[in-house]
Design a protein around this ligand. Structure first.
Ligand SMILES: Nc1ncnc2c1ncn2[C@@H]1O[C@H](COP(=O)(O)OP(=O)(O)O)[C@@H](O)[C@H]1O
Ligand SMILES: [Mg+2]
Length: 423
């Protein structure tokens, strides 16, 4: 099987790494990839949202399966376009990729299928939105409708801050058309967890649970980031919560959409808030999480290529998906300045020495290989990942590996795993 992985982050490195273990996979390409993926795949210099470019490449190279990592090409309809051209791509079609592409679409789906979610109102006009905000006050949550690279959700501390956010999104249009509409929703309280499932539109197979760490600093302080680390399994997701989520979240959505003629294939990711009233849905993503994937896929026993093909072909019921018992933790090393403007082109040393430690996998995110060196090229640079018999030993081992890695300005959280320890 020849595979094309689309994307360039730690998630795509983990996906390519897992696929490279499959006996059925003879060759992996990655577009555009990064300095770490280069070791296991042939990099192709095509951007992840250049759909005509990717299609052309996949046709010429007779790619058997294209695996789409990030949301942008999915929301643009890459899977539909590939299918029209007789090519298989893992991921949802455009009509259901809107679960992530439009938060308004997503909230309406949640409402239609009676999922537990925060109460909300949709506005297409900044004056009405501001009027509503003044009436409700804080705490409240303001969300840009469309894709905003994880920056489109604001939880203002004061009404003034909220009014400003509405203006930036709807009037100044800092996220472009993604801010044509906003959602203003009730603020929920609780611990968050991510649940992901594989599905072919009928069969649903949950992935093991995981927990991301969104804030830049220890103890969940500071601004939100793309995610600073994750571990799997996440004890906050008990067996009961998992079962409840399948029954009350994933089943109603996937079956409900199918009855409307929309078949959801690929990975579906629900961001949940464990409130006092039970789990409530914050959002859906239509792809693997980053960095959750780096903590989940090392625990997958089964062949990822088989699972992905079965999702595309509608034969997931024939696949037995098995998981390893051990724990996995992935700690993100980021560039100085991240999540704001950050430094680039810093040489990374110690990668080999870190990788030599038992049970360590160093997934690359924002890196590039140049003249035999590995340089930083993004905000999140590495996902230092460790397996372990329990979360404590996995944590200790991951931080031991980080101790061997250096680049100027490197920052990372020191408390990834703590929430799970002793639970
Ligand atoms: N209704 C809510 N109540 C409290 N916090 C929320 C709510 N909605 C979102 N958040 C917080 O904002 C973060 C980002 O929101 P989310 O809906 O996941 O959008 P995105 O990931 O697209 O930025 C969540 O992970 C959560 O921490
Ligand atoms: Mg989110």
């Amino acid at each position: 099987m020849k595979i094309l992985v689309v994307g360039s982050g730690g998630r795509e490195h983990a996906i390519a790494w897992k696929l490279s273990q499959s006996k059925k996979v003879e060759k992996i390409f990655c577009a555009p990839g990064n300095g770490g993926i280069k070791e296991i795949a042939e990099l192709v210099d095509i951007k992840s949202d250049d759909i005509p470019g990717l299609l052309d490449f996949a046709k010429k190279n007779k790619i058997d399966l294209t695996v789409v990592g990030p949301e942008a090409p999915l929301v643009k309809g890459i899977v539909d376009i590939f299918r029209k051209n007789g090519l298989k791509a893992f991921g949802p079609f455009k009509d259901v990729a809107m679960l992530e592409g439009s938060k308004v679409f997503s909230k309406n789906v949640m409402k239609r299928f009676s999922l537990a979610t925060a109460g909300f109102k949709v506005f297409d006009n900044s004056l009405d939105a501001k009027k509503y905000l003044k009436e409700t006050g804080v705490p409240i949550v303001i969300k840009a409708d469309g894709l905003a690279a994880g920056k489109g959700v604001i939880i203002p501390k004061t009404i003034e801050e909220g009014l400003k956010a509405i203006d930036s999104i709807m009037v100044e249009k800092i996220f472009g058309d993604s801010g044509s509409k906003v959602i203003i929703e009730d603020c929920l309280d609780g611990e968050e967890a991510s649940l992901l499932v594989f599905t072919d539109g009928k069969t649903i197979v949950p992935l093991e649970s995981s927990q991301d760490h969104k804030r830049i600093f220890d103890s969940d302080k500071g601004p939100n980031t793309g995610g600073m680390g994750a571990y799997s399994p996440a004890p906050v997701v008990t067996k009961d919560i998992m079962e409840e989520a399948i029954k009350n979240v994933f089943r109603p959505v996937i079956d409900g959409l199918r009855k409307e003629g929309k078949i959801y294939k690929g990975v579906l990711y629900a961001g949940l808030m464990m409130t006092r009233k039970g789990p409530m849905v914050l959002e859906f993503n239509v792809r693997f999480g980053d960095p959750e994937t780096q903590a989940i896929l090392p625990r997958l026993k089964s062949d990822l290529a088989d699972i992905m093909m079965a999702c595309v072909d509608g034969t997931l019921d024939k696949i037995d998906v098995k998981w390893e018992k051990f724990y996995c933790i992935s700690v993100v090393c980021a560039s100085k300045g991240y999540p704001d403007e950050y430094e680039k082109n810093k040489e990374i040393s110690g990668l080999k020495e870190a990788g030599e430690i038992k049970d360590i996998i160093v997934f690359h995110a924002g890196t590039k290989a140049e003249n035999g060196k590995v340089l930083t090229s993004g905000g999140r640079v590495l996902g230092v990942t460790s397996l372990g018999k329990d979360i404590k030993s996995a944590k200790a081992n991951a931080y031991k590996a980080i101790g061997r890695i250096t680049f100027e300005g490197m920052q990372y959280r020191k408390d990834i795993g703590d929430k799970a320890i002793g639970r």
